[in-house]
Design a protein around this ligand. Structure first.
Ligand code: PGA
Length: 293
């Protein structure tokens, strides 16, 4: 199973979202089997989460009616827990937030807590994205607190790490990334049940310059090894390593072929449902002439 995360950053509006969902459903209906090998996660601006969650619920309820019909059951006979589990589990795309506050609640004007995000249908949260580290001066220490509160509230953190071009040129990237992971994780007595670590070299984000498959492989192996021994051993139950930085339909296939890499974190190419789904190898997409004939 490969994981593909769409990070919309501060983009899209309601019209674009409707268009995105229509195209997404159109393509996914024709690729139901193929999509079972992917976990798709959508991280829109927080203001759209509730809307997307409602749309996904509506779609899930329609599917539930179909299932009930097939099983000869009355949809009203499903228990509330059964309905919510089905509606959540059958989602073709899961929701994630792009950030959360590091405190549980309180007088923090303009902020959103992990609990609020969880309540409106988020299962994941991106933390420590380099854009937040740079433009919002987020430190490893702050990110570690966010990871802690996210885990406590039942969200799965997508922890972003990655070096800048100077560190890469000085060949210090492996140590840098390892240290960044160590100091961006909270010191907890218990294991973090699931963690996604997204390696996103700053020089590759939005630049059109992707890291090479060899470079991604090197760092993926180093991250996996770091969680097997030393300071990070026993810290995490299920670890998944992702790559992000100028991923597109031309390079996604060879990156996803890396054995130890679990998936991708995608910015620009996720803004359009078609280009997003084109990142998933094996998905068939009809051309416009096929669609409209
Ligand atoms: P990009 O962004 O795919 O546009 O390079 C990736 C990210 O910042 O998560």
């Amino acid at each position: 199973m490969k994981i593909i995360v769409a990070n919309w950053k501060m983009n899209q509006g309601f019209d674009e979202i409707d268009e995105w969902l229509d195209r997404f459903y159109e393509i996914s209906a024709k690729n139901f089997e193929e999509l079972q090998s992917f976990r798709l996660i959508l991280c829109p601006p927080a203001i759209f989460l509730d809307y997307l969650d409602s749309e996904l619920i509506e779609d899930g309820l329609k599917n539930l009616e179909e299932i009930a019909k097939k099983e000869g059951r009355n949809p009203q006979d499903f228990l509330p827990d059964e309905v919510s589990e089905y509606v959540m589990e059958s989602r073709p795309i899961r929701l994630g937030a792009q950030n959360c506050h590091h405190k549980k609640n309180g007088a923090y004007t303009g902020e959103l807590s992990a609990e609020m995000l969880h309540r409106i249908g988020c299962e994941y949260v991106i933390l420590g994205h380099s854009e937040r580290r740079i433009y919002n001066q987020e430190s490893d220490e702050l990110i570690a607190k966010k990871v802690e509160v996210a885990v406590e509230e039942g969200l799965i953190p997508i922890l972003c790490v990655g070096e800048n071009i100077e560190i890469r040129k000085a060949a210090q990237h492996i140590n840098y990334v390892k240290n960044q992971i160590i100091s961006s994780l909270p010191k907890l007595d218990k294991k973090i049940p699931a963690l996604l670590v997204a390696y996103e070299p700053i020089w590759a984000i939005g630049s059109g310059e992707t890291a090479s498959v060899g470079q991604i492989n090197e760092i993926t192996n180093a991250i996996v090894r770091a969680f097997e021994n030393g300071d990070l051993a026993e810290k995490v139950g299920n670890l998944y390593v992702l790559y992000g930085g100028s991923v597109n339909e031309e390079n996604s296939q060879e990156i996803l072929a890396l054995e130890r890499l679990d998936g991708l974190l995608v910015g620009k190419a996720s803004l359009n449902a078609e280009s997003f789904l084109k990142l998933c190898p094996g998905i068939k997409i009809q051309s416009n002439s096929e669609r409209f004939n």
